[in-house]
Ligand binder design. Structure first.
Ligand code: PBG
Length: 323
């Protein structure tokens, strides 16, 4: 035998030498949940180790993460039911929980990268990412609200706004609104190929944001479709996105690879709540080696072509020195 591939696996030094995929803290984005109140930290039942923080505790959490070298955060608000309405008015109200959280994180940690979620669902009395009328999601009416929301985030200090709604034309619309108001430097991370997935369940528990009726299939993509992601990616690229995101990650590694190979754009992948919950649940039962399973998942997402990984594992992998 002339070729014996096992020679390159014979020692740790050689294996490390030929290692193709590396993950560093710079590749990781940590999603954080926020709630109203003082000095609270409530665990999400379906996401062991993940908490909703009041702003004071959020700042402590961000500080700890920064010390670990984790510098990018995606913030998500848990909004009291009494503040929700059809048009997500709370999302742009001056002094609202989310806008205060963005401003406070940036005030204390100007060097942190704050990514904000542009979406109606945490604020919507319908639990949808768009305005609902007679059971239909109205696209262009929703764009107006998303534009105002993104602008409010930019004013509060967001470095990157990330629309997660899947309305048509929202990247172009938001880019225009930001530019017209002088926020040409605020980046857009588009949820380009966001699928109608069962794996968002624990996230909706965290924010109490599940749809009150119907599902999200008229705007989120069908899990069967790969080529449709190319249409979304082409539009987002033309409309001015700075990052293309695929979500969820694990069941969609082919889509990550497709966008990575097809577009000269940084690719982000969202390792979502249900993917995190699966590992935690099996680790708790002793069914999987948690460290190895977690690192294998993150490595697979990175190998498929994601440069940025949004993951609830971000802090623990650094704390435990798993990288
Ligand atoms: C909604 C949004 C969702 C997630 C991020 N933004 C859920 C949904 O579309 O219902 C899910 C993230 C996760 O599951 O970790 N705008």
């Amino acid at each position: 035998m002339l070729r014996r591939p096992r020679r390159n696996r014979k020692s740790a030094v050689i294996r490390d030498m030929v290692q193709e995929t590396h993950i560093t803290a710079s590749n990781l984005i940590f999603p954080l949940f926020i709630i109203e109140g003082n000095n609270l930290k409530t665990e999400v039942a379906s996401m062991p180790g993940i908490y909703r923080y009041t702003i004071d505790n959020l700042l402590r959490e961000v500080e700890q993460c920064m010390e670990l070298g984790l510098r990018a955060f995606d913030l998500f608000p848990n909004i009291d039911e009494s503040l929700k309405d059809k048009y997500a008015a709370e999302s742009t109200r001056e002094g609202s929980l989310y806008l205060r959280a963005i401003a406070e994180v940036k005030r204390h940690f100007p060097e942190a990268c704050v990514i904000t979620d542009v979406a109606m669902d945490p604020y919507s009395s319908d639990g949808h990412d768009g305005v609902v009328e007679n059971g239909e999601i109205l696209n262009d009416e929703t764009l107006v609200i998303l534009g105002q929301m993104a602008l409010a985030h930019a004013r509060a200090g967001a470095d990157i706004v990330a629309p997660s709604d899947m309305m048509d034309g929202r990247i172009g619309h938001i880019r225009n609104v930001l530019d017209e108001n002088g926020y040409t430097n605020v980046s857009l991370m588009s949820y380009t190929a966001k699928y109608a997935s069962a794996f968002y369940g624990p996230f909706r528990d965290a924010l109490n944001s599940a749809p009150k009726h119907g599902d999200k299939k008229t705007y989120q993509m069908d899990p069967s479709n790969q080529r449709e992601a190319l249409i979304e990616a082409a539009l987002d690229t033309q409309e001015g996105a700075d990052f293309l995101m695929v979500k969820p990650a694990l069941a969609y590694l082919d889509v990550i690879k497709l966008l990575h190979d097809g577009f000269d754009m940084p690719i982000a992948a969202y390792n979502v709540s249900g993917e995190y919950a699966m590992i935690k649940a099996s680790a708790r039962n002793g069914w999987l080696d948690e460290r190895r399973a977690t690192m294998e998942v993150l490595t697979g997402i990175r190998r498929a072509g994601a440069t940025a990984i949004l993951t609830y594992h971000a802090k623990e992998v650094l704390e435990n020195k798993w990288l």
